[in-house]
Design a protein around this ligand. Sequence first.
Ligand code: GRF
Length: 184
Amino acid sequence: MRPDGVGVLVSGTGTNLQALIDAGIPIAAVASNVADVPALERAEAVGAPTRSFPLAEYPDRDARDEAIAEWLESYGVDLVVCAGYMHLLRLTFLSRFPDRVVNVHPALLPAFPGAHAVEDALAAGVAETGATVHLVDDGVDTGRILRQEAVPVFPQDTPATLHERIQLVEHRLLPEVVKELLAG
Ligand code: GRF
């Protein structure tokens, strides 16, 4: 148990979780909404407690989010990082960690919120997009922006090549912001 560490929410590959680990951020616990994802293996590899909370196992989203919050609190978590977590968090969760939940998003918010930010930026034909680290509120990527950085879009880009370029920035920005938040 790392009472001084962050709680991380994941849904998939976990490269942002890996960036936190590689930057030496203490990880208290890692929760996923999906079982058996690579992100949980990355957490287990460094001995962090993990647990998945599939929505189907709970009566509703509030109950599921409350269970995640309680589990994280049992590990002393007071800063939560959404690192590729693909579900919206309910107020039942957010009210337990006021202004202490951050997310990384693959666009220059407020442009291109939502789950298809990279595809949407390509479809819009913008010359640049980027990465944003922001506080989470109960809107869709609407919380206060803490840090963002632009990334160029090239004519030959596919969603995969553009996302890869954005993720290089995410993997630097997210640990920087989390370190600052932990330092108070
Ligand atoms: C990241 O690009 C993040 O911006 C978005 O989902 C992706 C997750 O990637 N919210 P990973 O699971 O951290 O590799």
